[in-house]
Design a protein around this ligand. Structure first.
Ligand code: ATP
Ligand code: MG
Length: 449
């Protein structure tokens, strides 16, 4: 067993720096009423109570926190007694969730310091923390946190910010720095590497060089993390609103290949740069949608990420004589099975991805009743958006995408005209119908799925 304390500076009260209310910009008006209620109530019951983590970090930056996390010296049972609207959750570390309608305030008990031979803390051979459920004091809790800017405590008693790790200075320098020895901290929990990327991008902070160096060294350890947790983290990374920058940074540190091995291979044997273009466009579109307050769906991004590997694999199978439809189904099965080993995609996501992929060849049929049936398909919109993505990045016929753009807004009469089969009469004018026939014959898109 490895002792996690060995490489870490031990807490001493002498290190603490308290920023009085007049020395920082966090005002109670920015804190959710429910979080304030929880803090005051704990205080009234004689416990200490602080806001900690991402909410303090975001408040200092003048951003609206996603949620408010509270820490206290009350243990979970004591917390439960204080709040009627409270549920205890978590096996690895017991936490309280205090419910106020839709808002949940998470209340955790301070975590204890890592003690030598503490049987409640277990590391595996790579130094990863497997169990971690010791309660402690604030001076101990702080060293368990990942980055210094995530380890600032807002004390409800006097509205001060308590800083044991020079988090405030790092905040001002816009630097993400791990608490303690970076390599040890990444070994304890390799997911911290993904968190480093997520926060660096989201906050516009730079990674401290020591943190970067450690990341280059131990990036591979990410593969030891259970795929369900990697899926959750991947969602946060991709749907952060800064997906494109995140993608670039994950690749830079060699983390992307662990999350998306098949995609990474397709990027390293790029065919005229198209796989990269498709990914970039997909991420860019979704970042823009998030910026406009619109929704984005995870399955669409996963479908875009895995499209190239599916296509390549299907083409290999077709070259060995498999029929197109089967080849694409087989390829989708293979690539999805491989992907879920890295990130455990839930079934509703893989089903939706398959649907988006399987709709693609159907867009090439523009005569008869099929187009109107396709339009009524529940995934038409996603399928069409995917077609656009392919068309814009050179993977599908732009003219087909334009036809569908027109078709979906046309009135019934016009739609009928658009889908009328081309006449064979020799005198027939060269028009859309003729060009459609020409295109469909040697269109690459039709052969793609
Ligand atoms: P977000 O804005 O994404 O919620 P956050 O910093 O609040 O960012 P959480 O996952 O909500 O992130 O975690 C809350 C706090 O718990 C963090 O700020 C950090 O102090 C601590 N923490 C979370 N995950 C880890 C981890 N893997 N290792 C160490 N500390 C962690
Ligand atoms: Mg948080």
């Amino acid at each position: 067993m490895i002792n996690p304390a060995r490489n870490r500076a031990e807490p001493t009260a002498a290190l603490v720096r308290i920023y009085k209310r007049s020395e920082h910009n966090i005002s109670r008006s920015q804190i959710s009423d429910n979080a304030l209620k929880v803090l005051y109530k704990l205080q009234k019951e004689g416990f200490s109570a602080y806001l900690v983590g991402g909410c303090v970090r975001d408040l200092l930056l003048g951003r609206e926190p996603k949620d408010f996390d509270v820490v206290t010296n009350a243990d979970p049972e004591q917390i439960r007694k204080v709040f009627r609207n409270c549920r205890l959750i978590g096996r690895r570390f017991r936490l309280a969730h205090v419910h106020f309608g839709r808002e949940v305030i998470e209340v955790a008990t301070f975590r204890g310091a890592s003690e030598i031979q503490n049987d409640k803390q277990v590391l595996n051979n790579e130094g990863r923390l497997l169990r971690d459920n010791v309660y402690g004091t604030i001076e101990e809790d702080v060293w368990r946190r990942d980055f210094t800017v995530n380890a600032l405590y807002y004390n409800i008693k006097d509205f001060s910010v308590v800083d044991y790790v020079s988090g405030m200075a790092d905040h001002q320098a816009a630097t993400l720095r791990l608490i303690g020895d970076p390599e040890t901290r990444f070994r304890e929990d390799p997911v911290r590497m993904l968190r480093a990327v997520r926060f660096a991008v989201k906050l516009g902070f730079r990674l401290h060089p020591d943190c970067e160096a450690a990341m280059h060294k131990v990036a591979d350890l990410l593969s030891s993390i259970p795929s369900a947790r990697l899926y959750d983290e991947t969602l946060k990374l991709l749907l952060s609103g800064y997906g494109l920058q995140t993608f670039e940074m994950l690749r830079h540190y060699g983390l992307f290949q662990i999350l998306f091995p098949a995609t990474e291979r397709s990027l390293s044997v790029e065919d005229d740069g198209f796989p990269r273009l498709l990914l970039i466009k997909a991420l860019d579109n979704s970042d823009n949608r998030i910026a406009e307050g619109r929704t984005v769906t995870a399955y669409f991004l996963f479908a875009a990420f895995l499209w190239e590997p599916v296509k390549t694999r299907a083409q290999e199978m077709m070259a060995r004589g498999m029929v197109e439809f089967m080849a694409y189904q087989e390829a989708a099965n293979e690539i999805i099975s491989l992907q879920i080993k890295s990130t455990a995609l839930p079934r509703h996501i893989t089903m939706a991805m398959r649907e988006v992929w399987s709709l693609q060849p159907k867009f090439n049929i523009r005569v008869g009743s099929k187009p109107s049936r396709l339009l009524a398909h529940p995934r038409f919109r996603a399928g069409y958006d995917f077609l656009l993505l392919r068309a814009e990045t050179g993977g599908a016929d732009l003219e087909v995408a334009q036809w569908w753009e027109k078709y979906q807004v046309a009135d019934e009469n016009e739609q009928r005209k658009m889908t009328r089969p081309p006449r064979k009469a020799p005198g027939n004018k060269v028009g859309r119908k003729r060009s459609y026939r020409g295109k469909s014959k040697d269109s690459t898109t039709e052969k793609e799925v």
